[in-house]
Design a protein around this ligand. Structure first.
Ligand code: ADP
Ligand code: MG
Length: 238
């Protein structure tokens, strides 16, 4: 299903190679976190997987298919951004159903899928509100709901909680993990926050200047950081 393989994938912007060729596999159902300092290439890597940027070289393989030439909307992935990108004039119900209306799905089917998504996100009481009448956390849940209704092979999150205050972030982390437990869908989560990475990930991918410094479970990285950068970044005692 949602197995994502990168083979010698690189990205240049003009003459500048922001991601030298790298290999990476995200297993089906895994919760993977890309972590690293600002500017290290996390968003670029996610956008390459999503197809929002073209890779300069290499292959991206999703669910066994090479998707290099496949447009974003046909890759079976759903991206959740830090800016909520909700339509202010539409109700929550309309916002969540929006991608399905674009696909011309019939209304009864849309309603059923919106209701299922709203239930799994505890949004059923808010379906008739507009985004302006919601808290930051609720708005973020609506954005996630809009991803869920498409039943993607994988969810790609780019720093989805960075607009929320600290207390709300903790709660939203739990909600995203709960969603992962329910859906068992592959998730890739980008953050510059070490704590978020260490508490959420099955697999952490540590990036520095476009290079993967280490891939492993939080415990593996904590116990055996490969170098001083990883040790320093994740706060290992070494
Ligand atoms: P992160 O998400 O880890 O903060 P980004 O992936 O946004 O990092 O950026 C990685 C590097 O690529 C940075 O040096 C950034 O300036 C550069 N970059 C990102 N997008 C573009 C673009 N569209 N054109 C030129 N350079 C870019
Ligand atoms: Mg970024």
């Amino acid at each position: 299903m949602g197995r994502i393989v990168l083979q010698k994938v690189s990205k240049k912007f003009g003459e500048i190679e922001v991601i030298p060729p790298l290999d990476l596999t995200i297993e089906d159902g895994e919760f993977a976190v890309f972590v690293g300092p600002s500017g290290c290439g996390k968003s670029t890597l996610l956008r390459l997987i999503a197809g929002l940027e073209d890779n300069t070289s290499g292959d991206i393989i999703i669910d066994g298919n090479t998707v290099t030439q496949v447009p974003p909307s046909k890759r079976g992935l759903a991206m959740v951004f830090q800016s909520y990108a909700l339509y202010p004039h539409m109700t929550v119900r309309k916002n969540i159903g929006f991608p399905l209306r674009m696909e011309k799905m019939d209304q009864a089917e849309i309603d059923a899928k919106v209701n299922t998504a709203a239930t799994s996100l505890n949004l059923t009481d808010y379906l008739d509100r507009k985004p302006g009448q919601l808290s930051g956390g609720q708005r973020q849940r609506v954005a996630i709901g809009r991803a869920i209704v498409r039943e993607p092979l994988a969810f790609l999150f780019d720093e989805p909680l960075s607009n929320l205050d600290a207390a709300l972030r903790v709660g939203m982390r739990m909600e995203i993990l709960e969603l992962h437990n329910k859906l068992k869908t592959t998730m890739i989560y980008v953050t510059h926050d070490q704590v978020e990475a260490m508490t959420m990930a099955d697999k952490i991918v540590v990036l520095q200047a476009g290079v993967i410094e280490q891939v492993g479970s939080p415990l593996e990285l904590y116990r055996a950081p490969r170098n001083l950068f990883v040790a320093g970044f994740i706060g290992s005692p070494k």
